[in-house]
Structures are given as structure tokens and as C-alpha cells.
Design a protein around this ligand. Structure first.
Ligand SMILES: O=C(O)C(=O)Cc1ccccc1
Length: 390
């Protein structure tokens, strides 16, 4: 019990926590220079397949200029599953000890040091600020669908996808010791968890209350000694916060999988020596069938799309002049995220993206960054190509 209480006392990083370099990054950061030109920024990464080394450099973006006064070039050699100096990788996740994201982080990086963060954005900032080495954040769930917040944050932050982990989420109904399910009137949990257990919670007639994360819900129920309120959380959270498990596997479907992205400061670029995956984000000019034409560039080359997601694009009337058919200011503009099964380094993918680029919106692109150096990579790479729209 003592060990678990210690874990539960780890205070989560918040957006107000001053960023201090993680053990692997004690030096001041090099500020990456942004150049204003129309360009495509290539962000590269590798999907982890439960291997703990994602091959991304751990500390290059935060190292001091080397004596030859040039930033140290990224090495392509696989990096062991640890920060520099052999200390465990510090991996940020959203939630408290006992959150599903913590378990996903540990699955992605066995033996890592999970670092709880109060918000998704805090985790992004922790990686950028070098107080952690990686972040593991949910991007979609097989029942609840896409987690739009993280799609939007991917565009606002300059991190790279260096892996993905699919984690089977098992939800439990927890309550304080001695409390029976018939005593419960309310239940607390993360919105995704509540959505994934809709049928069970409706059948029990429980009023739902959304909180930041499942473990936080369990901790609140325990600390307040609530007798009419339960929590939907993991069995690990029950142990950490001393709650009874009233019911296990209460999710609406037995297969309830959340796909998490593994994010790093430094990219990894795919090769062509084994199956790969690529993720891109793009906007499109107006026109009938333009989305069909855009996706056809992949179909024509037998490239399989595994995901497409659209997200509203920040817009201004100057940037998007014009009226719609009813004479009103056009105000619905979208970015499209697409994952496809091919390597960015393959000829088919290169040609598909060249054809796509002709159709993409060419609004003034601000704040583009230098395309990253092309590097060899480990297997199943996911190249995150970003048509920057600022
Ligand atoms: O709140 C948690 O435990 C999380 O990690 C977020 C979450 C919630 C439900 C499914 C997957 C991730």
C-alpha cells in the first residue's frame, strides 16, 4: 500500500510547472530557426510495435552547440530505451497514476519513468521544454472515435510521431469500500471512458460527470469518501486509491482499443526496406470532387488509406475571401489528416504526394520550418508530413 500511495502522491505536471531539462537534457536548447517560405515540412517518425527503442534521438534538440559550432547532426543509430547517461526515458502522459495512458506509456516504453500531466497540452509542452523525453497520448478509440484535441495539438506543436501503441482498455466500476452498486447515484470518469461504457452506465441509471482522467476520478471518490458516487477507471487505479471493484469490463464492447501516439522532439524518416505507414495533413482548394481527386492519388497507386480525419482550420475573411452559394462569407474550412500504408521514401508515395500537393491549399504559409534531414530509420515508419497552415 505504501508504494502505491507514494505513486499516487506524484504531482502531475501542469502548464504552470516550470520546464526543467530532463536528466537526459541538462543543456540549454538550440532554438530552431523558422524560415518564411512556401514549403512542406517533413516530420518523420516510426510506429512502435511494442519495441521500446523507437530509434529517435533522445536529446539532440536540447543539446548545447558542439565545439564545431554546429548543432550535432541526428544520428541514425537506434537509441537504447533510455535517456542519455542510461537514466530511464521520462515519458509524459495525460492523467494521474493509474490512468490508462500511464499503462499505455509503460507498454510503449517498458521500464520508462511515466510522468503525469494534467492536460494533453502540458505533455506536448513537457517534451518541447525537454523536461521529458517522450509523450504518449491517445489519438483515437475503437468505440469513441478520434480524440480531436490531439489532432489539433499535433498541428500546433512541433513534435514528431515516433511510434504508435494500440492499448486494449478495460474499464471497471469502482467505489469506496462497503459501497454497493445500488447505493450509487453518480459516476465520475474521463469523457472517453464514460462514452465507452454508455450502455452499462445507462442500465445502472447513473448520472455521469466528466473529469480530466479516470485515475483522477478514482482519487476524488476515495479522498472525499463518497458513498453515492463511483468512478470508471482501471483496476490499477482501484489498487492505488484503495477502492473496491464493483464490476469489471463494463465497456460496451469487449474489444475496446485506444490508439496512442508516441511523440518525440526528433524525427525518424522511413526507408523502403520493409512495410511502412505515413501520416499527412493537408488543406484543399475549393472545387467539386476535390477531396475525391485528392484521395484518388493514393488509390491509383494501390496505396491503402487507414485513417482520414477532418478538422476545422483557423480562418480569417482576408485569408479565405469569397462567399458561399447563398452569398454568405465562407466560414467552413478544413484540414484533412490521412494515414496511408506506404513509406514516404517510396516512389509511389512521393509521386502521390507530389500530385496531392498540386491540389492542396496554397494560402500564404507562415512559420514553415526547414524540412528535416533525411535519415534511415527502424521498421514501420510513420512519416508525419505537415503542410503548415498558420
Ligand atoms: O483517463 C485515463 O485513464 C486516460 O488515460 C484517458 C483515456 C480514457 C479512456 C480510454 C483511453 C484513455
Amino acid at each position: 500500500m505504501a508504494a502505491s500511495l507514494t505513486r499516487s502522491l506524484i504531482s502531475p505536471l501542469t502548464s504552470r510547472t516550470p520546464a526543467k531539462p530532463s536528466r537526459s537534457d541538462q543543456a540549454p536548447q538550440i532554438l530552431l530557426c523558422a524560415r518564411r517560405r512556401s514549403c512542406v515540412s517533413v516530420r518523420a517518425s516510426t510506429f512502435g510495435n511494442n519495441n521500446s527503442s523507437d530509434g529517435a534521438a533522445v536529446s539532440s534538440a536540447c543539446n548545447v552547440l558542439t565545439q564545431d559550432s554546429l548543432p550535432r547532426r541526428l544520428t541514425s543509430a537506434p537509441v537504447p530505451n533510455s535517456g542519455s547517461g542510461g537514466s530511464p526515458l521520462r515519458v509524459a502522459y495525460q492523467g494521474l497514476c493509474g490512468a490508462h495512458s500511464e499503462s499505455a506509456a509503460q507498454k510503449a516504453y517498458p521500464n520508462c519513468e511515466p510522468v503525469p500531466c494534467d492536460q494533453f497540452e502540458t505533455a506536448f509542452e513537457a517534451v518541447e521544454g525537454c523536461s521529458v523525453d517522450r509523450a504518449v497520448l491517445p489519438i483515437e478509440n475503437s468505440l469513441g472515435g478520434s480524440i480531436h484535441r490531439n489532432y489539433d495539438l499535433l498541428l500546433r506543436h512541433r513534435l514528431h510521431i515516433v511510434g504508435e501503441i494500440k492499448y486494449a482498455v478495460r474499464h471497471c466500476l469502482l467505489a469506496n469500500q462497503g459501497v454497493k452498486v445500488e447505493h450509487l447515484k453518480r459516476v465520475l470518469s474521463h469523457p472517453q471512458a464514460l462514452a465507452q461504457c454508455e450502455h452499462t452506465l445507462t442500465r445502472l441509471g447513473l448520472v455521469r460527470e466528466a473529469v480530466d482522467d479516470t485515475a483522477g476520478a478514482a482519487k476524488h471518490v476515495a479522498l472525499k469518501k463518497l458513498e453515492d458516487t463511483g468512478a470508471v477507471a482501471s483496476s490499477a487505479a482501484a489498487e492505488i486509491y484503495g477502492l473496491d471493484i464493483l464490476a469489471e469490463d463494463i465497456q460496451d464492447a469487449s474489444l475496446n482499443v485506444t490508439r496512442f501516439l508516441m511523440l518525440a522532439r526528433e524525427p525518424i524518416i522511413a526507408g523502403t526496406d520493409r512495410p511502412f505507414k505515413t501520416s499527412i495533413v493537408f488543406s484543399l482548394e475549393e472545387g467539386p470532387g476535390i477531396l475525391h481527386k485528392a484521395l484518388a492519388v493514393f488509390a491509383e497507386r494501390q496505396i491503402n488509406l487507414t485513417k482520414i480525419e477532418s478538422r476545422p482550420m483557423s480562418w480569417s475573411s482576408e485569408r479565405f475571401p469569397g462567399l458561399d452559394a447563398s452569398g454568405l462569407q465562407k466560414c467552413f474550412h478544413y484540414l484533412f489528416y490521412a494515414d496511408f500504408e506506404a513509406s514516404m521514401a517510396s516512389d509511389d508515395a512521393k509521386r502521390a504526394l507530389q500530385d496531392l500537393e498540386v491540389m492542396t491549399g496554397h494560402e500564404e504559409k507562415h512559420g514553415c520550418f526547414e524540412p528535416r534531414p533525411i535519415l534511415p530509420t527502424s521498421d514501420f515508419a510513420n512519416v508525419y508530413q505537415q503542410f503548415l497552415q498558420r
